[in-house]
Design a protein around this ligand. Sequence first.
Ligand code: PEP
Length: 241
Amino acid sequence: MYFVANWKMYGNLSSLNTLNKVIKFSKSKAINKGRLIYCPPNTLISPLSKKFSNCQIAIGAQNCHENESYGPFTGFVNCKMLKNIGAQFVIVGHSENRKKGENDKLINLKIKSALKAKLKVIFCIGETLVEKRKKKTKSILSNQIKIGLKKVKNKSKIFIAYEPVWAIGTGIIPSSNDLIKTVQFIKSKFKKKFPKILYGGSVNPKNIKNLKEIDNIDGFLIGGASQNANKFIDIVKKTYS
Ligand code: PEP
């Protein structure tokens, strides 16, 4: 199982001290075969990569510019730059960025440039509450997958994170039935080998007991709860208990 911590726009150099216990935990048996991936803000990727140099925890960025090469794009960084400072993964298509105008075509370009830079991609998809109420979940997800992964060959480097927008940061999660059906639906979009599938949206140490029972989920994308090392460790431990 994969456990991806999305720190969003939180954290500074002193926050990295809280990860000492996560490093210790990552070397213990309690983690079983779990794989931890931390996605801090870009400002912390380099110091974090030094901190994690003696453990197996991977690092990801939270977004990237779509351009493969350098260019006059003030305030942005591309995947080559992220790779250079220690990122192995990048989150693409997060709903907080879609809300700010990122569309599926742009997300497709970002995915391609990430793969070119040899980053693995955590590709977020999900419907809004209005879309869910209008029973449009399947068509929204289909479109996001179809356009987002257009002409993307190497699906083994892609993780799809199903994150219903209405579940992010709200404390509400989908019913087990809905989640099972949606994960099955996502898998049905891929012919042979499908990408790994993560669930994200209000995962916490309480609801993980139900979430871990959902078939075909390869892991979790964890926002708010990942900013607290104890909660994050608890989520991993409870997945295996
Ligand atoms: C996220 O931002 O990807 C996320 C899942 O957030 P939260 O866990 O806080 O809902």
